[in-house]
Ligand binder design. Structure first.
Ligand code: NAD
Length: 501
């Protein structure tokens, strides 16, 4: 199997990183059964960084067999929770040791500003693995009182082999959200990173081996969605699939599960999250949060606050200050490794084109480009942070997930009106409300049809707090204690302690 060495020489990171570029199956680096490669692109330049192996359904079969064997012999119920926890904690420590290498890979492959990637993606991924390591020996069922001659208890057993399909917007972070709870509960995994951003997953696999996980517990099969992703979702010996990505693909995974073995499916899908700003908010604080809600990670965030509702009394002052902030943020666009950069490129040419077509649609449908609305520079996939005003609910830019740095701003009058408008979407992932009136803030928080609500804040997702969608934004919860439920199945054991007379 191949390998590559990436050289970095910039203010944020100096050094070289060697990576295996094959598939990681049964604790070893292997070539795909049918050799194939994909070029990995630096989105800041549009140029090739490396080439990595692409697997197929045949490699998924091999990985599933390795995972089944590990589950029956060295993992699952054969391995005490304390030992699984120890390995996960060790893995978190190794990730922390190599945090700068991971960050450099995420910045190079995903165009993320280095400091943000380190503080958000890597800090989050490491704490997630460590957090779930802490749960590994605290997973247990209940004893249920029935009658005098019966003892009943439950066991929270792992599924066995689980499939995990990861997107490109937060590669190592989404990997940790999937791997952490799956491994803590004793499952073995067959994981597919996004074909566009596999580098940090390759590095992760190396640390899995170094930490001492038994072979076959973690298998990483890089490849396309239509081949490897589909093979995972229709595999007869994968008992659960966890997916993060588009709603379109989420539907395909559910269909594949229904057609094959009725595997359990959890989905984290898109969003069109509202940010609701009342006249009585703390304006300076709200401006900072609203910026972050929308523009973090170049708007490529499932919780992006891409519909902003501003109450009419504060609208002129808010818009004036918000515009100035977004302009300053846009001026900090550039090389992800430069210390001053806040805004990097979109992940790919395809995403760039998609976002530009949404911007064109906004213009055509009569919305006003308040700021931005164009590409930045001539190289790479950079797009200016963009604000649309004069938006109406029927516009595509208000209804559909753009997954780029484009916000649609709307003015509102009353609390009732804004609740209805905020909920008028098929999605329900996240929502923000800004008000210093605690009664109003909580009334609105409770009225939102969404899996997460942030009051006077945004985007602060944490490993100990459940995350997931209402409506078309998904099924199931990741993170926190709730995530353990989606990686275990409950067995009820009935014990007769009496005699039939
Ligand atoms: P996608 O859903 O196609 O890709 C996500 C993952 O699913 C990738 O690993 C991909 O290889 C895999 N996949 C694709 N087709 C598959 C199939 N048929 N079966 C199984 N797996 C499959 O997303 P995309 O095309 O890269 O992005 C399109 C849009 O999706 C974005 O613009 C955005 O709106 C949304 N998206 C959302 C998230 C999120 O965090 N919720 C993440 C990425 C993309």
């Amino acid at each position: 199997p191949g390998s590559t060495t990436l050289e970095f020489d910039n203010a944020a990171y100096r050094g070289s990183i060697s990576l295996n570029t094959g598939l990681f199956i049964d604790g070893k680096w292997v070539d795909p059964v049918e050799p194939d490669m994909i070029d990995i692109i630096n989105p800041a330049s549009g140029k090739k960084i490396a080439a990595v192996s692409l697997g197929s359904s045949k490699d998924v079969d091999i990985a599933v067999k390795a995972a089944q064997k590990a589950y029956k012999t060295t993992w699952g119920l054969k391995c005490p929770g304390s030992q699984r926890g120890k390995l996960l904690t060790r893995l978190a420590d190794l990730m922390e040791r190599d945090i700068d290498q991971f960050t450099a890979l995420e910045s190079l492959n995903g165009g993320k500003p280095f400091a943000v990637a380190k503080g958000v993606d890597l800090a989050g991924a490491i704490s997630t693995i460590r957090y779930f390591g802490g749960w590994a020996d605290k997973i247990h069922g209940k004893t249920i009182e029935s009658n005098e001659t019966k003892l009943a208890y439950t066991r929270h057993e792992p599924y066995g082999v689980v499939g995990q399909i990861i997107p490109w917007n937060f590669p190592i972070l989404m990997l940790s959200w999937k791997a952490g709870p799956a491994l803590a509960t004793g499952n073995c995994i067959v994981l597919k990173p996004s074909e566009m951003t596999p580098l940090s997953a390759l590095k992760f696999a190396e640390l899995v081996a170094e930490a001492g996980f038994p072979p076959g517990v973690v298998n990483i099969v890089n490849g396309y969605g239509k081949t490897v992703g589909q093979a995972i979702s229709e595999h007869m010996h994968i008992s659960k699939v966890a997916f993060t990505g588009s709603t379109l693909v989420g539907r395909k995974i559910l269909e594949a599960a229904a057609r094959s073995n009725l595997k359990v499916v959890t989905l984290e899908l898109g969003g069109k999250s509202p940010t609701v700003i009342f006249d009585d908010c703390n304006l300076d604080q709200t401006l900072k949060w609203a910026m972050q809600a929308m523009y973090l990670n170049m708007g490529q965030s499932c919780v992006a606050g891409s519909r902003m509702f501003v109450q009419e009394g504060i609208y002129p002052e808010f818009m004036e200050k918000f515009t100035a902030m977004v302009k300053a943020f846009g001026e900090a666009t550039g090389d992800p490794f430069a210390p001053t950069t806040m805004h990097g490129p979109q992940v790919s040419q395809v995403q760039f084109d998609r976002i530009m077509s949404y911007i064109a649609s906004g213009k055509e449908s009569g919305a006003t480009v308040h700021i931005g609305g164009d590409r930045h520079g001539t190289e790479g996939y950079f797009i200016q942070p963009t604000i649309f005003t004069d938006c109406t609910p029927d516009m595509k830019i208000v209804k559909e997930e753009i997954f780029g740095p484009v916000v649609a701003v709307m003015k509102f009058k009353t609390e009732e009106e804004v609740i209805e408008a905020a909920n008028a979407t098929d999605y329900g992932l996240s929502a923000c409300v800004f008000s210093e009136n605690v009664g109003r803030a909580l009334r609105v928080a409770h009225a939102f049809e969404s899996g997460s609500v942030f009051v006077n804040s945004a985007q602060l997702i944490e490993c100990s707090i459940p995350f997931g969608g209402y409506k078309a934004s998904g099924i199931g919860r990741e993170q926190g204690e709730y995530a353990l439920e989606t990686y275990t199945q409950v067995k009820a054991v009935h014990v007769n302690t009496g005699l039939i007379i």
